[in-house]
Design a binder for this molecule. Structure first.
Ligand code: NCD
Length: 298
């Protein structure tokens, strides 16, 4: 089994990952953790795009379950000598890993590689495609906080067009019964996901999820003056005041303070779940690695 898209998961598997994620969250807060269920397995991380949260949390998740973890040094790899991604995959496969976690700038790259690999492949973000474990950790964080997802009003705001996080969340949170609203600058909105103003989207929302402008994926620069994005499309104190009284702020990171979100809102002690999302990321990735390697452990 691979995890390339939210569509690879059954409803029962989603429920298992969310339940187990919450359990691992509590487990990770204990002073000593000694679960060794992935003992004897080798997990390879191959990140062909920058990452802080996703790479480290996959490394920690695999380590905490007792696996041997190897992270490929992409900058020092033979990709720099002209080797194709497929040949790199054949090379990795010959070393018999038990799971491969891959991030790549090309949409569909993890899918292409999964046809070559004999082990489960996890998509840790492919271009503007999907980022299924981010959506799973977002869902787990929301469910932990509110005790449910169904019926919650969730506004996802910013560069929707280039966001693999938004794409995976549209599938997952939609399936779990959330009332989703997507909003961003017209040039950064895929037509099928609606539109409207950020003020209307945030009005009465229980969750406001902000996204970074993926400037590295823009064909033309946005051409926005400093402060313009925040005032037109960003999360400001005045806008957030219109959200539901119990509303929380989420962001997958990395944050661009003062661009899509005012810094103090990102740090808000009661309202911001951004750091909680990171903590849940380790827990949910433990649940994912456990599920995907279960059949290999006999
Ligand atoms: C996101 C990503 O890489 O897709 N970050 C993450 O994984 N937490 C979002 C982003 O880069 O803005």
């Amino acid at each position: 089994m691979h995890l390339l898209s939210i569509e690879d998961l059954s409803d029962a598997q989603i429920a298992t990952i969310l339940d187990e994620g919450e359990r691992w969250f509590a487990y990770n807060r204990q002073p000593r953790r000694n679960d060794r269920r992935l003992d004897g397995l080798t997990i390879v991380n191959a990140f062909f795009e920058n990452s802080t949260r996703t790479l480290l949390s996959f490394e920690i998740a695999a380590n905490r379950l007792g696996a041997q973890v190897v992270t490929m040094q992409v900058a020092h790899s033979s990709i720099k000598k002209g080797e194709t991604l497929e040949d790199t995959a054949r090379t990795l496969n010959a070393m018999r890993p038990d799971a491969l976690v891959i991030r790549h700038a090309k949409s569909g790259a993890p899918h292409d590689i999964s046809a070559i690999m004999d082990c489960p492949v996890v998509n840790a973000g492919d271009g503007i495609g999907e980022h299924p474990t981010q959506a799973l950790l977002d869902a787990a964080t929301i469910r932990q906080h509110f005790g449910r997802i169904g019926g919650l009003k969730i506004a996802i705001c910013g560069d929707i067009k280039h966001s693999r996080v938004a794409r995976s969340n549209a599938k997952l949170l939609g399936r779990l019964g959330a009332d989703l609203r997507f909003v961003g600058p017209p040039s950064l909105m895929p037509p099928e996901l609606g539109g409207g103003s950020i003020d209307a989207a945030v009005d009465g929302a229980n969750v406001v999820m902000m996204l970074r402008v993926q400037r590295e994926r823009l064909e033309d620069d946005l051409g926005d003056a400093p402060g313009e994005f925040l005032s037109r499309y960003g999360l400001t104190e005045a806008r957030f005041a219109k959200a539901a009284p119990d509303a929380v702020i989420m962001h997958p990171g990395p944050i661009n303070r003062g661009v899509e979100i005012e810094g103090p809102l990102a740090d808000h002690a009661e309202r911001s779940l951004i750091v909680r999302q990171v903590e849940m990321g380790v827990a949910v990735r433990m649940a994912v690695l456990d599920l995907l390697t279960a059949t290999r452990r006999g």
